[in-house]
Design a protein around this ligand. Structure first.
Ligand SMILES: *[C@@H]1O[C@H](CO)[C@@H](O)[C@H](O)[C@H]1NC(C)=O
Ligand SMILES: *[C@@H]1O[C@H](CO)[C@@H](O)[C@H](O)[C@H]1NC(C)=O
Ligand SMILES: *[C@@H]1O[C@H](CO)[C@@H](O)[C@H](O)[C@H]1NC(C)=O
Ligand SMILES: *[C@@H]1O[C@H](CO)[C@@H](O)[C@H](O)[C@H]1NC(C)=O
Length: 444
């Protein structure tokens, strides 16, 4: 797993019981009452790492199981397998198969994977070869990027989500789009489960020629979003029902140009009631020549009970000029909270003191957003942690673990090239809406 190696080194520092200091001041900051709308997956034979590092290997909620980012570790010895990216990829997906079996799911039910490589130029082809052998047909949706670093010496880390057995997981074909799997890219344009759509990362590619459009990051952003819109249309959804997007830029200096094109794209009166939640990071490279890749999740028009997705508004939070996204969005029993940085929401300024204090502030903000969604930190199912520098990992983990002394969410953590505002850390989380509220909310 992402953190195992790092954690073994830091076990002495970290394995002390954490007090709740720094977590907030009022009663609702008490973390981790037992999960009700979600459940930890225990895998027979895997080590008990609770209390050693702040993640669960998998969490089940609603129709899905959310797996943590995994590296190619032998789960008995907790050592990275030798032999490079192919062997690591095989080991990861073998581990994933075991985890899914324990959760009541299987590889064929995987909906979306996020692949982080340390050298996409060198390793993309080999990774794809090993990866495709696990999905000879109907592969999951996927996003693949080159990150600046992973914890330890791994060359690849993969994080996936899968539908539980008995759920009808289908793949989406898009008229006029090529069959990528047949061309050696093992991914589907989107997968669909219970009306929810998990789209693959899209770049600003003209789908007729297979070439990235010219004109820079704005043109690419618009094209990428138009490509995503075609996938949504093919799956009986539309841009107004997108709940979450993840934007990867190859250069953070493109942030404001990307934002201009991004903001202009979304419908003026979306069913959602605002812009989708979002996270944006700088990656070291993308597959091919694109400057931007965008991955989104949306509600189909055929979600159960005709539920309409809705934005999450957090009381007291200011409008963030230049940040075109909502604090969160929810549908189908899940709140998709946007990427947060350690910003004091009263002053709109990043807190001082570096990665540790920033992590604490980030999670306080996330706690407020989760609460405004109608659930609590104890129901967070998955978090994505983007660090500007892996050397901050211990400080981030220390602050992070105090928010989840029990049953932490699944997690993926990578080093990215840069974050907006020059932050040291950005975290994005998904939370299960409490069972009492799931699907029963009244949308005004
Ligand atoms: C990736 O690998 C290639 C070939 O081994 C090497 O030339 C290049 O410098 C590497 N890139 C990074 C970012 O390490
Ligand atoms: C990474 O690999 C190098 C060289 O193989 C080794 O010296 C180092 O100890 C490894 N680091 C970790 C964290 O395993
Ligand atoms: C699964 O969904 C697909 C597409 O919506 C549909 O054609 C198929 O009949 C469904 N299968 C089952 C077993 O419900
Ligand atoms: C990003 O873009 C800026 C401005 O165009 C440039 O100066 C910088 O070198 C670029 N950074 C990378 C990593 O390419």
């Amino acid at each position: 797993m992402a953190l195992v190696r790092q954690f073994l080194l830091q076990a002495l520092v970290i394995a002390v019981p954490f007090l709740l200091q720094g977590c907030g001041t009022s009663d609702d900051s008490q973390p981790s009452k037992a999960r009700k709308a979600s459940e930890v997956v225990n895998v027979p034979g895997w080590p008990d790492v609770k209390g050693k590092f702040p993640l669960s290997f998998g969490i089940k909620a609603g129709s899905l199981v959310y797996a943590s980012g995994m590296q190619g570790m032998d789960m008995k010895t907790m050592k990275l397998v030798e032999g490079g990216v192919q062997e690591e990829t095989k080991q990861i997906l073998k581990n994933l198969g075991e985890l899914l079996q324990a959760a009541g799911s299987s590889m064929q039910q995987v909906t979306l994977c996020s692949v982080s490589l340390v050298n996409i130029t060198r390793d993309f082809k080999d990774m794809n070869q090993a990866y495709s052998s696990f999905w000879p047909a109907a592969p999951p949706a996927r996003v693949a990027v080159q990150v600046a670093a992973l914890a330890g010496n791994a060359s690849v880390e993969i994080q996936c989500t899968a539908a539980l057995d008995g759920k009808n997981r289908t793949t989406v074909q898009v008229p006029g789009f090529p069959d990528l799997a047949a061309k050696g890219f093992p991914l589907s344009w989107a997968t669909k489960v219970d009306g929810m759509l998990y789209l693959s990362g899209a770049q600003g590619m003209d789908m007729a020629t297979g070439k990235v459009v010219s004109g820079g990051v704005q043109a690419e952003t618009t094209q990428a979003l138009q490509n995503l819109e075609k996938v949504l249309q093919a799956a009986s959804s539309n841009a107004g029902r997108v709940v979450a997007c993840s934007v990867s830029l190859t250069n953070m200096s493109d942030f404001s140009e990307m934002n201009q094109a991004y903001q202009a794209f979304w419908p003026k009166s979306p069913e959602l009631g605002g812009l989708p939640s979002r996270v944006c990071v700088e990656v070291s490279a993308l597959a091919g020549t694109g400057k931007v890749e965008i991955q989104c999740t949306a509600a189909g028009t055929d979600v159960p009970h005709g539920e309409v997705p809705s934005v999450v508004k957090v009381p007291g939070w200011p409008e963030m000029k230049g940040f075109p996204f909502s604090a969160g969005a929810k549908v189908d029993g899940i709140a998709f909270i946007s990427g947060n940085q350690g910003v004091d929401m009263k002053t709109s300024k990043l807190v001082q003191g570096g990665a540790g204090p920033e992590t604490t502030q980030t999670l306080k903000d996330i706690q407020e957003a989760v609460k405004a969604s109608g659930t609590g930190l104890q129901e967070v199912v998955a978090c994505e942690v983007s660090l500007r520098d892996m050397k901050d990992f211990a400080a981030v983990n220390k602050a992070y673990s105090s928010f989840w002394p029990h049953e932490p969410p699944s997690r993926v953590a990578v080093q990215v090239g840069a974050l907006a505002r020059g932050a040291a850390v950005e975290i994005r989380c998904l939370a299960a809406l409490s069972a009492a509220m799931g699907g029963m909310e009244i949308t005004v």
